[in-house]
Ligand binder design. Structure first.
Ligand SMILES: CC(C)(COP(=O)(O)OP(=O)(O)OC[C@H]1O[C@@H](n2cnc3c(N)ncnc32)[C@H](O)[C@@H]1OP(=O)(O)O)[C@@H](O)C(=O)NCCC(=O)NCCS
Length: 333
């Protein structure tokens, strides 16, 4: 079959994740801002988050997660022909974090670039790379969600600093072989009318950091939490429902839903709306907080390694983030 005209099913051949060593608990934050473990736990479900060490960059965490995914997939770095890093906290504005990862891995046969779609970024990368493999343009893709959000947090703002954490997750995608599962349906979407709800206003070309504005900490996350919450529930519900329908699945066919890990109340609301019982919804945000593009990737790897699903099971991944962006995927493992 000609490479460019094929429509190959694409499988997830391996997953990996990495969390930096340092753990910051809610109790630790009590001494930093006017907050309590009780407030954070009841409003978000978060108990702790990991924080990268000084000198530990997004690309370092991405590389460690990638090495684990490659090992599980049994694919050597030189056999990769595509690397996509989803991140909103790149090492540098240019070159892309994916270029550093390519260098770290020695994956010099791969095209490498970043995408910026906030918490939906890993599923955006999954959609893009699976199409490129399906079309025959690429063979082995490494997709990574990696964030060092601790560098873009205002540690004096209690409304945001308690929510986020650092980490990375990765997956290796390739054409499915006989008997292997595949990515059955994907959905991605954007609503640029809501850019004001969640953003990092400074540090870009619109508002570069200067000596005059440095004290305002504009290069940190700003969010209208209540508004974001409402959009998150409806967009994730609709996106998940769309891929469930496209995949021809019913709620009882779904072994596990892996939602974006931002807030337990959002996750519960989605489980409710999808009519999937809570024990089939994966949650790890109590340990890591919201790691943006890394969250779904870390959760997928953890659920996989904990054998929460097996060959032949159907899982649903669904995410939501700044942009606003949203994305979902139905996968037969
Ligand atoms: C951020 C979020 C947890 C806040 O919860 P909430 O129930 O909406 O709380 P509110 O913002 O209304 O704040 C309630 C009160 O708690 C206070 N508060 C905010 N952060 C606090 C903290 N860390 N500790 C203690 N009190 C806090 C507020 O100042 C407010 O006080 P007030 O009533 O005296 O004004 C919630 O809105 C949320 O999770 N939104 C979605 C965020 C998200 O998912 N973002 C990422 C998308 S990818």
């Amino acid at each position: 079959m000609s490479g460019t005209e094929s429509n190959l099913p694409v499988t997830i051949a391996g997953t990996g994740s990495y969390l930096p060593e340092k753990v910051v608990t809610n109790k630790d934050l009590e001494s930093l801002v006017d907050t309590t473990d009780e407030w954070i736990t009841t409003r978000t479900g978060i108990k702790a988050r990991h924080m990268a060490a000084e000198g530990e960059h997004t690309s370092h965490m991405a590389t460690k997660a990638a090495e684990r995914a490659l090992e599980q997939a049994g694919i050597a770095p030189e056999d990769l022909d595509l690397i996509i890093v989803a991140t909103i906290t790149p090492d540098t504005l240019t070159p892309a974090t994916a270029c550093y990862v390519q260098q770290n891995l020695g994956a010099f046969n791969a095209v490498a670039f970043d995408i910026s779609a906030a918490c939906s970024g890993f599923l955006y990368a999954m959609k893009i790379s699976s199409r490129l493999i399906s079309d025959g343009a690429f063979k082995n893709a490494l997709i990574i969600g990696a964030e060092k959000l601790s560098s873009f947090i205002n540690w004096e703002d209690r409304t945001t600093c308690v929510l986020f954490g650092d980490g990375a997750g990765a997956a290796v995608l390739r054409a499915a072989e006989e008997g292997e599962g595949s990515i059955i349906a994907t959905d991605i979407g954007t609503d640029g009318r809501q850019t004001h709800l969640l953003n990092i206003p400074g540090g870009g070309s619109a508002c570069p950091t200067t000596t005059e504005n440095a004290g305002q900490r504009l290069a940190t996350l700003a969010m209208l939490g209540k508004e974001v919450f409402k959009h998150a529930v409806t967009r994730m519900r609709d996106s998940a429902n769309l891929v469930i329908e496209r995949a021809g699945l019913k709620p009882e066919d779904i072994k596990l839903v892996i939602p974006h890990q931002a807030n337990l109340r959002i996750i519960d609301a989605i489980a409710d709306r999808l009519a999937v019982p809570n024990d089939r919804v994966f949650v790890n945000l109590h340990k890591y907080g919201n790691t943006s593009a890394a969250a779904i990737a870390i959760a997928l790897d953890e659920a996989h390694r904990e054998k929460k699903f097996e060959r032949g099971d159907h899982i649903i991944l669904v995410a939501f983030g700044a942009g606003l962006t949203w994305a979902a995927a139905a996968v037969k493992w």
